[in-house]
Design a binder for this molecule. Sequence first.
Ligand code: 5BU
Length: 273
Amino acid sequence: MNFNSSSYEERAAKHPHPVARSLFEIMVSKKTNLCLSVDLTSSQEILALTDKLGPYICLLKTHVDIIEDFDPDFISKLSELSLKHNFLIFEDRKFADIGSTVIKQYGGGIYKIAEWVHITNCHVLPGPGIVDGLKSVTRDLPPRALLILAEMSSKGNLLTDEYTKTAVEIAKNNTDFVIGFIAQHRVSEPSNDKTTASGSNADFIIMTPGVSLPGRDGDSFGQQYTNPETAICVNGTDVLIVGRDLFTNPDPVSRAKEYVSTGWNAYLKRINK
Ligand code: 5BU
């Protein structure tokens, strides 16, 4: 679909959701649309890399259930880094169960995700009750937001166009909690002067995984990559999610700087600046 030619500043000023506003404000102040997907399994390694790349990212994406030495102290340290470097935390939990189960998975267990994570995500396979369940957990917490998986990057995935359309409808019915999509394209209409707090003109943020600078051609398990410029200027994404191309790089800081400048220049081109 179409891309969004409004600036992140304009979108921050109008957005009704506090988490979306903070994210746009961070992107503007740090001039970055890069999200680091820190898929490492040792908490020390995660913290060390996050401290190094913190200045270059607007968002840190975690998979907390792959950490082999998880303990609650890790969460305090990660939260301190998010304040020190000014980025938000996104747990890529991909909830996919009925409402009453995801309530326990999101709010409880050993990870207590809702307590420390600004943004999480879910599949909508179970229907809208999953969003209602997740939302109910956040009632007495600081602002929390949800992304709906509308498209995936992997070869042969089963998220059909029809499925994507339904995912967008569910998002439009929940704009007090859903701020956007994990997708490969802008799957909803871009925001414009008629942007409203809810409904058909809501300003959804598109975040795209499966992004790499030229040179990385997927993996042996079906991952597929788009380059940052295409993701932003052609497919209309707002946030680039990058994992292995950063955390396996011998010089992750230089690599992150390449993503920041490529991503930011592509964004400026898109908004015609
Ligand atoms: P990579 O190392 O840049 O390929 O990592 C991509 C990350 O994004 C990884 O954590 C995946 O779990 C995540 N991901 C994805 O690759 N594709 C998708 O469609 C979704 C998430 Br949803």
